[in-house]
Design a protein. Structure first.
Length: 534
């Protein structure tokens, strides 16, 4: 690789173009071409030899067989899977894994997702037998250590947010949102105000917020954003009324901005008889700096798999504990861990006169995600209070470094609104005719980067959302900035090669619309070739 004024560019021409011949195999040195597993193996053969089970009563000269004990469950037709040998199988999946992109390979610039490095210390702790092998039905006296981890983590989360209590069982962010909304509904019904059936959701909120409110049976109404990308406080106040159950607000919001009027919004909602739910997916930007409880928040989920460092994405584990204000604590879900004397106990039933007396019930069958709890507590203890504060400061610093390094190349619609928080937001304004955000994203793949979040938030046309987190070095950010600047300049100049990018990836640009609408999910053997005439 070489760097010049236009950014990071490969020094060698693309294989198969110019004077560089294409390889016979399709391989590009150690980037190996890999066919589908059905194309490698043959569904009519197998890579392993098995003795045919002897039929009952059959007399053969072969050694005695145990016979077929499957009875009516025995397969009567071919399964249709490819028969690969062990080396073929191992090589296939190893080659595919090398074509995958992950945080351990490079910078993951996804916005609003907080894809930061996960310390290996956390993984080591989560794999300790006492945690990794724990079972939710074990007697309480055999899992005192696990319950202490949950209790200690809960105390940290309550302290960091300035709230009163926390429900540890929700399994992810959207699950946590539902938990908070159900607690709000239970509180309103207890006050005889079950008629409040509207949840207000600002345009700058996460997309799961309105979906959660609708799933819980509420009507959803949008609140517009101001020109600077924050909640239109006047419009929100004007909509408050006896039918409004509350507001779901993301802070810092999806435009990468802190809602400076959050306390004013909370006071107005409370005065109107409603509750305030905060989406805490972006807590990484303010942890150790701002306590949501001080802003009048009644409920907020915390993505342990974002703020407190656990691998996520692609169906990976999630955990979304929800912190509650004093007003909602009686309605929080069960179970929760409590220390009684020298013992930790799991409270699974509400008790009259005690906290959680009006609990709406349970969110899950058991108690939460133990592996996530162990990782999160390890992360918190290894950083300490001052370290967590530095996490948010460095995350915000990195995001603003990207914003100000690129705002002369790309349009930054909310750049004039002041410093951003955890992520930098750009639009596709100023690109050449016919070029859009998708072309920049595909060009970044050629530069060795996973594309940033595209076309979200919807309030910005052709949005490009970049969240560097605190774990990226200045050198890594400089390389990404140079690459993005180079691709953006090509898009502004109308470089036709960008329309067919990526060129260096294992596969060229796909018809993503066709793939989404008409996916081919089942392998079918190609028609047999006609035999040549003899």
């Amino acid at each position: 690789m070489s760097i010049n004024q236009s950014g990071w560019r490969p020094t060698a021409p693309e294989q198969g173009k110019g004077n560089v011949p294409a390889s016979v195999t399709g391989n590009k040195a150690l980037m190996l071409e890999e066919a589908l597993i059905f194309e490698i193996g043959d569904s009519h053969t197998t890579g392993v030899d098995f003795c045919s089970p002897a039929k009952a009563g059959a007399q053969t000269g072969s050694p005695p067989s145990r016979g077929n004990k499957l009875g009516a469950l025995a397969r009567k037709a071919p399964i249709g899977l490819p028969g690969l040998s062990e080396p073929e199988t191992v090589r296939h999946y190893t080659r595919l894994s090398r074509q995958n992109y992950g945080i351990d390979l490079g910078f993951f610039p996804l916005g609003s997702c907080t894809m930061k490095h996960n310390p290996r210390l956390n993984e080591k702790m989560a794999r300790l037998p006492g945690f990794s092998d724990v079972h939710p039905l074990q007697p309480v006296d055999t899992v005192q250590g696990a319950l202490e981890v949950i209790h200690q983590l809960a105390r940290w989360l309550v302290t960091l947010t300035g709230m009163t209590s926390v429900a540890m069982s929700p399994k992810a962010g959207a699950h946590g949102e539902l938990c908070g909304i159900l607690a709000i509904r239970a509180a309103l019904e207890a006050k005889g105000e079950g008629h409040r059936k509207v949840i207000l959701v600002p345009e700058s909120a996460h997309g799961t917020n309105p979906a959660t409110a609708a799933f819980a049976g509420y009507g959803v109404e949008d609140i517009p954003a101001t020109a600077e990308g924050r909640v239109d406080t006047a419009a929100l106040k004007a909509r408050l009324g006896p039918d409004v159950a509350g507001v779901m607000i993301t802070n810092p919001n999806t435009c990468g901005l802190f809602e400076r009027d959050m306390r004013e919004i909370s006071d107005a909602v409370h005065a109107a008889g409603g509750f305030v739910y905060c989406d805490g997916a972006n807590f990484n930007a303010i942890v150790g700096r701002v306590r949501p409880g001080d802003l009048g928040i009644d409920a907020m989920h915390i993505n342990l798999h974002k703020t407190f460092s656990t691998p996520h994405g692609g169906g990976g584990p999630g955990s979304g504990p929800v912190v509650f204000s004093a007003a909602l604590t009686p309605y929080a879900p069960l179970p929760f861990v409590e220390k009684q004397g020298d013992q930790f106990v799991l409270v699974e039933e509400e008790t009259a006169g005690e906290h959680h007396a009006g609990s709406f019930g349970r969110m899950v069958a058991f108690h939460g995600q133990m592996g996530m709890f162990t990782r999160a507590l390890t992360y918190i203890l290894s950083h300490g209070a001052d370290g967590l504060r530095q996490v948010s400061e460095d995350a915000v610093l990195n995001a603003n470094y990207i914003l100000r390094s690129l705002d002369t190349t790309l349009d930054a619609p909310f750049g004039p609104s002041g410093p951003c928080m955890h992520e930098a937001l750009f639009s596709d304004s100023g690109l050449a005719a016919g070029f859009s955000t998708i072309d920049i994203a595909k060009g970044l793949i050629d530069e060795g980067f996973h594309p940033m979040t595209m076309y979200f938030p919807l309030v910005v046309h052709g949005a490009m959302l970049v969240e560097p987190t605190e774990t990226e070095s200045k050198a890594a950010l400089d390389q990404f900035i140079a690459a993005l600047r180079s691709v953006a300049e090509r898009a502004k100049a109308g470089d036709p090669s960008l329309k067919t990018a990526p060129h260096f990836a294992p596969r060229a640009r796909l018809d993503e619309t066709l793939a989404a609408r008409k996916p081919v999910l089942v392998w079918k053997d190609p028609a047999p070739l006609a035999q040549a005439a003899e």
